[in-house]
Design a protein around this ligand. Structure first.
Ligand code: SF4
Length: 578
């Protein structure tokens, strides 16, 4: 029977684990489950790093099955970065492993007395929580090697690096990939700082001896999964573009449409974009013996990931994502793929969100801490963060904190969270999502680039305000539902474009759980999740004033289209009217 594993780090006599029934949370997975638990059990006015906050780690509804693409894991809490509810999700192996162990979620509660740091080991025989101070301040790669030496290589790890231990608001939670490398991160919102505040360094999961989760109707599930995979393979984005070039295929596309924020959101095109494009990156990876096509977990058929080798042909990092290449690249005026890959590695190793750190370094460059284009200086700033120096602790707390510390006016954040790689003036639908998502500025919360730029699932003019509110609403609802299934969000391209592929996804859910879910049911699930999240934020003190972009996006036109963000405030307030 599926259960929720509750780990009380503040229990008398030391941390204790207890498996509890799903109760009122039955039927929820992924983001729906993390947001339901946080919304119901965490006092909205609590300190995010205090004992009252909870860190919820939940596989999706179809994780642990033979269903393709079903390996996302959601991490939720009250965010130390935004002060609101947070769900950040990641790929990698832990979601499948945790689900096969029969856990629908791990809830880490309370806070231990003293300075001990803990590791948690979970397998078919139960849960073991041990103090292990030899792990203190270990970067993620060394930590995973140590866990491998101790528990073997059939494990998966969920961990924090030094940034999480130092409780920095840009700290991520790392998940290991198929090669047991800590490369997939629940990056956003400082979820790693909350794990650090609970003094949990690593959760090691081992599903040896556990079977795949079994559908109620295995034959129908198998048939639906086949149709789903066929649909993904036949779509141009999920079947060709993403596998060939990874997400970084977007560099040339966004640059071409003038939506590529450059020099801390000063212009919409980067002269050197071609040097750091997905096409250039893939060519280099293959030439050096890395991989341009790779899955981040078993069962991924899109395989947008890759492996990046250095000049000598040695592993340097996984293929940096588009948003990472932008954050450490064009946003900082840097056009050196090796330097960007090095920063991607440092972020993963220290346990930091690449988007937040790239945006933060952009703000630091605007403040004069380094020159735009100076890759060496940017790398040094990241080392300051990893070492926890005074300047490093400022930077490690994100773009908003850094902007305040150095008196910078142009700080691209919403609800304290840095904007990703799409300028909201040139891609106005993204501006609506950034402004209104309960998560703060987050491209994955409602990816309007699909219709504004890629023309997948519709066509809404990116430069005009008309239609953007309706578009963002629809996408935010759909995304909240997809994030609950455990499916990688990239399925959305095929699901939005091809009714048969959407139906196949519904058939997978229905045959697995014995349900009769329709498209309307999926919409209702998405609305329910967003309503819970908005309700938490309202109780935490958020009002419509937080659903806004920074002022300079309305006053500073961006080249090449010479356009400002034009969606009216009163229209932003209608996004959640349904
Ligand atoms: S498509 Fe990319 S991000 Fe999604 S599961 Fe596959 S490799 Fe991971």
């Amino acid at each position: 029977m599926d259960t929720i594993l509750r780990i009380d780090m503040g229990a008398e006599g030391g941390p204790k684990a207890n498996a509890t029934a799903m109760g009122g949370y039955a039927g929820y997975g992924g983001r729906a489950l993390t947001s339901a638990i946080v919304s119901k059990e965490v006092p909205p006015l609590c300190h995010p790093l205090g004992a009252e906050n909870k860190l919820v780690i939940a596989p999706g509804l179809l994780s642990g099955t033979t269903g393709a693409m079903s390996g996302r894991i959601s991490v939720g809490c009250k965010s130390p970065l935004t002060g609101g509810i947070k769900e950040a999700n990641a790929g990698g192996q832990p979601s499948q492993v945790l689900a096969r162990l029969g856990y629908r979620a791990i809830v880490i509660e309370g806070k231990p007395q003293g300075d001990d740091l803990y590791k948690v080991f979970i397998n078919k025989d139960g849960v073991k929580i041990t103090a292990d101070n030899s792990l203190k301040m270990l970067p993620n790669y060394d930590l995973v090697e140590k866990m491998k030496a101790e528990y073997g290589d059939k494990i998966a790890c969920i961990s924090i690096g030094p940034a999480g231990e130092m409780k920095m608001s840009a700290a991520s939670v790392a998940c290991t990939d198929m090669e047991l490398r800590p490369t997939r991160h629940a990056g956003r919102g400082g979820v790693g700082a909350v794990m650090g505040s609970k003094k949990v360094k690593v959760i090691v999961v081992d599903d040896s001896g556990m079977p795949m989760r079994t559908p109620k109707d295995p034959e129908k599930f198998r048939e639906a999964n086949k149709r789903f995979v066929d649909g993904l393979k036949s779509h141009a984005v999920t079947g060709q573009g993403l596998p060939a070039y990874g997400t970084n295929i977007l560099t040339n596309i966004l640059n071409e449409v003038g939506g590529y924020p450059t020099y801390n959101f000063k212009q919409g095109r980067f002269d050197d974009a071609a040097k750091i494009s997905g096409e250039t990156q893939a060519e280099l990876e293959v030439k050096r013996g890395g991989l341009a096509t790779h899955g981040c977990h078993r069962g991924c058929v899109i395989r947008c990931s890759g492996v990046y080798h250095d000049k000598d042909g040695h592993y340097l990092t996984k293929q940096p994502e588009y948003e990472t290449v932008w954050a450490h690249g064009g946003n900082c005026g840097i056009c050196d793929l090796d330097a960007i890959a090095k920063m991607d590695f440092l972020d993963d190793n220290y346990g930091l969100d690449t988007i937040e750190m790239g945006a933060t370094i952009g703000v630091a460059m605007e403040a004069g801490l380094a020159k735009f284009g100076d890759a060496e200086a940017a790398i040094n700033l990241l080392h300051e963060v990893g070492k926890g120096t005074c300047i490093g602790r400022i930077l490690g707390n994100g773009a908003a904190f850094t902007g305040k510390a150095y008196g910078v006016e142009r700080v691209p954040v919403v609800k304290g969270q840095a904007m990703p790689a799409y300028d909201p003036r040139a891609v106005q639908g993204m501006g609506v999502t950034y402004a209104t998502s309960p998560m703060g500025a987050d491209h994955t919360a409602g990816y309007a680039v699909a219709q504004n730029v890629l023309k997948v699932g519709g066509d809404v003019n990116a430069l005009k305000p008309e239609g953007q509110v309706d578009l963002s609403r629809t996408l935010q609802i759909a995304t909240a539902a997809i994030d609950s299934t455990g499916m990688c969000l990239f399925i959305a391209f095929a699901v939005l474009d091809q009714p048969d592929t959407f139906q196949a996804l519904l058939d997978m859910l229905n045959s697995f759980y014995g349900l009769n879910l329709t498209g309307d049911g999926v919409t209702e699930l998405g609305k329910t999740v967003l309503t819970m999240e908005r309700d938490f934020n309202a109780r935490a003190g958020f009002t419509a004033a937080q659903d806004r972009l920074p002022r300079f996006f309305r006053t500073e036109p961006i080249s090449p289209h010479n356009v400002t963000f034009q969606v009216k405030d009163e229209d932003l307030d209608k996004v959640f009217n349904w």
